[in-house]
Ligand binder design. Structure first.
Ligand code: PLP
Length: 399
C-alpha cells in the first residue's frame, strides 16, 4: 500500500485558510535559507513575516532553548511563579525602553497582545470607544479583528466589538474627531499590510499631542515593525514619541511564539484589582520562548545588523527596480513592489518560488510583492536575491 505523504496529509488534516498555499515541504532552515525535502534551497525574503529577523535557527538561540528545556518547560499559568527566563527577558527589554514602559505582560501572540492592551486601556480610562485606522492590521482574533481597517476580512464575522471608530491614516483632519469618550488609539507607525506605508512624522506628533490632551492612551503596534526591521530597535525611536502602550510580537520570541504588551507599571497594576486577574493566559511568557527571545535580542544587539539596515535599504532602492515595477514603498529592510495587477503580482511570486526566492503579497495590497529578508542578509546575498527577483519578473513579462 502506498504511504500517504505529508503533502497529502497537509490537505487532509490541516485546516486550510489559504486558497493556494505555497506548499513548500520544509526539511530544514538556517540563516537566510529554507531547504525543502527535495533538497532545494530558497532564500527567505519575508523572514517568516518578520519573525526571523536574525535568520533561521541561530545556534545561540538553539543553545538557549536546549538549556532551558533541560531545566523546565511549562510550570504554571502566567504570573504566579518567578521564572528566570521571563524576568530576565522583561528586564532586558525594559532596559531598552523609556521609563514609562517598564512593565511587560507576555502573551503567546501578537493578536493577544492587542487584546490585552485594549482591555488595559478600557480598564485604565473607564471609557469604551476604541479608535483605529483604515488599512490597519492588529491580528485576527475577534477584538483585534474589530480594529482591522479592512471591511472585506471582517464582514463575515460580524457582530464584532461595538464602539470602534476608524479614521483615515495620515489624515490630520480626522485627528480632530477624537474626544473624551475614547479609551485608546491603536496605530502602526508603518502600516504593514497596505504595502509598507510609513506614518507621516508630523501627523504622529499631532496624534500623540491630541491623545495626551484628552487622556486617550496611544497604543503603538510594533509587532511587525519592531526588532530592527526599520533600522532602529523600534520604529517609535524615529518618531520622537513614547507610546502609552507598546505592542510587540513576531521577532520577540526569536522563532518561538511570544507577544507582549508593555506599559507603565502603575497603569499595568490596574489588572490586579476589580477584577483581580484582569488578563489571564496559560502559556503566555512560556519560559522556553522567553529564553529564545532573550538570546535573539542579545544577538540583534551585538551583531550590528540593525545598524546595517539603512545601508541594505539603500542598496535595495538602487538595484531592485524593473520597468514592470510601478511603485516601491520602503522603510528599512522592508519594501513593497507594486505591479500592474494582483494577477501579475501572483505570477511574479510564483516565478520567485520557482527560482528559489520566498516572497508573498500583502493582505490589503495584493498587487504588491513583499521584500523583508532576515536582517542578517549580506550585501552579496542581497545581490543574488535581487538577480533572482528580476529574473522572475522578466519571465512573467515575457509570458
Ligand atoms: N499586528 C501587526 C502589525 C501584525 O503584523 C500582526 C501579524 O501579522 C499582528 C498584529 C498579529 O500577530 P499574530 O499573528 O502573532 O497574532
Amino acid at each position: 500500500m502506498a504511504t500517504i505523504t505529508n503533502r497529502q496529509l497537509f490537505f487532509q488534516h490541516l485546516a486550510q485558510t489559504s486558497d493556494k498555499p505555497i506548499g513548500i515541504e520544509v526539511a530544514t532552515a538556517n540563516g537566510i535559507y529554507i531547504h525543502d525535502t527535495q533538497g532545494k534551497a530558497f532564500i527567505d525574503m519575508i523572514a517568516g513575516f518578520s519573525v526571523c529577523n536574525i535568520g533561521h535557527s541561530h545556534p545561540a538561540v538553539i543553545k538557549a532553548i536546549q538549556e532551558q528545556v533541560e531545566k523546565y518547560m511549562h510550570v504554571i499559568v502566567y504570573g504566579e511563579f518567578v521564572q528566570a527566563p521571563q524576568v530576565q527577558y522583561a528586564k532586558a527589554l525594559t532596559s531598552l525602553l523609556p521609563t514609562t514602559l517598564q512593565s511587560v505582560y507576555f502573551t503567546n501572540s501578537g493578536a493577544e497582545a492587542t487584546e490585552g492592551a485594549m482591555k488595559l486601556a478600557k480598564r485604565v480610562t473607564g471609557r469604551t470607544k476604541i479608535v483605529a485606522f483604515e488599512g490597519a492590521y492588529h491580528g485576527s482574533t475577534q477584538g483585534a479583528l474589530s480594529v482591522m481597517g479592512d471591511e472585506y476580512f471582517k464582514t463575515a464575522f460580524r457582530p464584532l466589538l461595538p464602539d470602534i471608530l476608524h479614521l483615515r491614516y495620515n489624515n490630520f483632519e480626522d485627528i480632530e474627531l477624537l474626544d473624551q469618550t475614547v479609551a485608546c488609539v491603536l496605530v502602526e507607525l508603518v502600516q504593514a499590510e497596505t504595502g509598507i506605508t510609513p506614518a507621516n512624522k508630523e501627523w504622529i506628533a499631532a496624534l500623540k499631542m491630541k491623545c495626551a490632551s484628552l487622556c486617550v492612551l496611544l497604543i503603538v503596534d510594533e509587532i511587525q515593525s519592531g526588532f530592527g526591521r526599520t533600522g532602529t530597535l523600534f520604529a517609535f525611536e524615529q518618531y520622537d514619541i513614547v507610546p502609552d502602550i507598546l505592542l510587540v510580537g513576531k521577532a520577540l520570541g526569536g522563532g518561538l511564539p511570544l507577544g507582549a504588551f508593555i506599559a507603565d507599571t502603575k497603569m499595568m497594576g490596574t489588572l490586579t484589582e476589580n477584577p483581580v486577574l484582569g488578563h489571564i493566559t496559560t502559556f503566555g511568557g512560556n519560559p522556553v520562548a522567553c529564553a529564545a527571545g532573550q538570546a535573539a535580542l542579545n544577538i540583534l544587539e551585538n551583531s550590528g545588523w540593525i545598524h546595517s539596515v539603512k545601508e541594505k535599504e539603500t542598496y535595495l532602492i538602487a538595484h531592485l527596480h524593473h520597468p514592470a515595477i510601478l511603485h516601491r514603498n520602503h522603510c528599512g529592510l522592508w519594501m513593497s513592489l507594486q505591479f500592474e495587477s494582483a494577477a501579475i503580482t501572483k505570477k511574479v511570486a510564483a516565478a520567485c518560488i520557482e527560482n528559489g526566492i520566498i516572497t508573498d503579497w500583502f493582505l490589503f495590497a495584493e498587487d504588491r510583492i513583499r521584500v523583508a529578508p532576515p536582517l542578517c542578509i549580506t550585501i552579496d546575498e542581497l545581490i543574488i536575491a535581487i538577480e533572482k527577483i528580476i529574473k522572475s519578473i522578466n519571465q512573467v513579462v515575457a509570458g
